[in-house]
Structures are given as C-alpha cells and as structure tokens.
Write a protein that binds this ligand. Structure first.
Ligand code: SF4
Length: 364
C-alpha cells in the first residue's frame, strides 16, 4: 500500500479514499478481515458515494464500529461555483490541507440548447512544478499532489451538477486542470482505475484523456500501465529552441523533442493508439508559416491529430492571442501538409476557467 500516499488526520486515522481497490483489500486484511470486505467498501465509496460507515449495511456492525476507530472517508465539497456566459462552470474546492483546487465542467451545447457532450477538466495537483511561461497554474509553483479520492471527488461533484443542470451524465474526463498528471502518476493511475472500474464510476477509458507536458519516461509508463486511456501532449512549439524558451521542461535532454519522439513512438507501438498534440498559438512566438511547416514535421512522427488552442491571456504574463487571419494561414499550411487539425475555441474565459488560466488567486 506504500505506493499511495494517504492523508493521515491528526488522530492518525487512515483516509480510505487515498486507496484503490487492491489497497482497500490489503487494508481490511491488516485488520484481520477477508479481502472481499475491501471490495465491498470500494463499491460503497465510489459507486454508491457513501459518506459514512453506517451506510455500508452489508458490513458486519462490529467491523463498521472498528472502521470508525481506524479510518475516515474524506469528501471534498465545492466552496464556490462560477458559471460563464457559455455555461462553462468552474468549481473552487478546498482540500483538508486548506489549499484549494479548481475543476471545470465544459458543456458542448447544440442549437436547441441541449448538451451534446459534458466534459470535466480535473486537476491532479495543487499548483504545478513545470513552470510553463504562459500558464497561470505554473506561476503558483508546486504545492501538493492530490489523492485518488480528491481526483474522483471532482468528477463526482461535476457529475451531480451535470445531472442537476442537464439531466445527463458526464461524457468525458480530461486531466488538463491544475498540475502535471504524470508527476502524480500513482494517484492518477489509481483514480483512473476507480473511474473505469465497474464497481467504481464505470466509465469507459476511451472517454478519459491524460494530458502531459511531455515527460518521456512517464509516457512510456502510461503506455504500459494505462494503455486504454487517451494521451494528449502539450507541444506548443515545434523546435527545441522555441519550446525550451516557453516550456522549461524541454531544456533537459531526457524531455526534449528527441526524447519525446522516442516516447511517442513507443506509446503508439505499445498501445496502437494515436496521440493528440495540444498547440496553443501565441502571437509572434509560434504562429508563423515556418512554425506550421515545422509542426507538420513533428506530428508526422506517429499517427496523431493536432488541437490548436486559441490562447486566453493571463494577467501578468507577456503572451498575446494570435489574430484570426494568422490562425487561418497557419491552419491552411497544416491541412496542405495532411495534418488532421481542429481548433479549440476559448471556453469559460470570462470566469478564468479556460486553458492555462486555472490558479487559485487567494492561494498564490
Ligand atoms: S501548462 Fe500544465 S504543465 Fe505547464 S505549468 Fe501549466 S499546469 Fe503545469
């Protein structure tokens, strides 16, 4: 069980939502119970969203009593919800440490006002150590990793909201909120197991996307340990010199474009899946005709598609949004080169919920 870092309260109780199913089995066995009791608890916690041991009616009464003395069920609740003009919702969620995270629900609404798709953008860390120059979360620095329960609670909260507002379940989960998910690998992987387990949230792994800044070794680990989820790589620049200037992670030879290429080739060979590249356009930085040509070369390494993101300026950072005319020229070049490309428009930028804007201001 040592792979999951449990939150221990001041009374030394064990946080059961720091655990996946196997860890729960080991935990109950350490209390002298059969492993299947751990599976029962798993179902109560994640499928039935139990908040107390009293609700776990198929556990013996004396075991429930013992659990009360040994463990607790952590649950995060929204402190504040903001809804943007385009119906994107940002939730501010305080953690037990007093730090806060943000989670975003992004509805894709059709002409009649019905939701076609409901995507939850979850955070995996408080702040982020990667320090990308254009990102508000990067400005916070790294503060803490989230436990599996803190990750899955974000989904639960947005699932409840989706049911309330749209009478519909969430359809997609993207690890694109605060933090670099592959730097909190074990907890993110356990959260994915919980989200996709039939006794957990029962979601299809095809609906889950893990987005990374491009940590080569951990992309390979993901390919081996979670081959069924989608991979998105934040590329944002097509040459080492340009990428290193805006993304410090690229400055190491273990995570530069050469290392990334090798990792992507491994990923596609291992999983048989294509990769999505995120490419945020910054005016005068990475949006020239030559940049588009270089980008087409980079993404031809392996089966892929490119998501072009229109930047939402962050206060205090010196990046601007690329004008529409330049966007069109850039897209034309990519399409001529046979690149599969889509454009992601700003969502929720009036409530600072868009890509790169997540940062808990009163914590920073
Ligand atoms: S863009 Fe992602 S990886 Fe880079 S600093 Fe922001 S949260 Fe971290």
């Amino acid at each position: 069980m040592e792979k999951v870092q449990a939150n221990i309260s001041t009374e030394s109780l064990t946080n059961l939502k720091a655990f996946g199913q196997k860890d729960l089995e080991e935990f109950v066995q350490s209390l002298g119970q059969p492993a299947y009791r751990g599976r029962q608890i798993f179902k109560w916690l994640y499928e039935k969203d139990a908040r107390t041991f009293e609700e776990m009616t198929d556990l013996p009464k004396d075991f429930r009593e013992e659990l009360r003395g040994q463990a607790y069920i952590e649950r995060i609740e929204p402190q504040h919800l903001d809804t943007s003009q385009d119906q994107t919702v940002k939730a501010l969620l305080p953690l037990s440490t007093g730090r806060k995270i943000e989670t975003v629900l992004i509805p894709d609404i059709d002409e009649r006002g019905d939701a076609r798709r409901l995507t939850v953008c979850v955070s995996s860390q408080v702040g982020c150590a990667m320090g990308c120059r254009f990102c508000a979360t990067g400005l916070m620095g790294f503060q803490q990793n989230l436990t599996p329960g803190e990750i899955t609670d974000q989904v639960r909260i947005m699932e409840d909201l989706a049911q309330e507002r749209y009478d519909m379940a969430i359809t997609n989960i993207v690890f694109m909120g605060m933090g670099e998910p592959l730097l909190n690998f074990d907890n993110v992987s356990t959260a994915i197991d919980i989200l996709t387990h039939e006794d957990g949230f029962g979601l299809s792994p095809r609906r889950i996307t893990v987005s990374t800044v491009g940590l080569a070794r951990r992309i390979k680990k993901l390919a081996v340990e979670q081959p069924r989820v989608n991979l998105a790589v934040s590329l944002h620049a097509p040459t080492d010199a340009q990428r290193s200037a805006i993304m410090p992670v690229n400055q190491s030879t273990s995570t530069d474009l050469t290392a990334l290429r090798e990792a992507i080739e491994f990923y596609t060979a291992e999983t048989g899946r294509s990769v999505t590249y995120e490419y945020c356009l910054f005016k005068g930085v990475n949006d020239s005709h030559e940049d588009a040509q270089n980008l087409a070369d980079v993404v031809s390494w392996a089966p892929s598609k490119v998501n072009i993101i229109m930047y939402n300026p962050v206060e205090g950072l010196n990046f601007e949004r690329t004008p529409e005319a330049q966007l069109h020229t850039f897209l034309e070049t990519l399409v001529e080169r046979g690149v599969t490309v889509t454009v992601r428009r700003s969502r929720g930028d009036d409530i600072d919920a868009a890509c790169g804007q997540l940062a808990v201001k009163d914590e920073a």
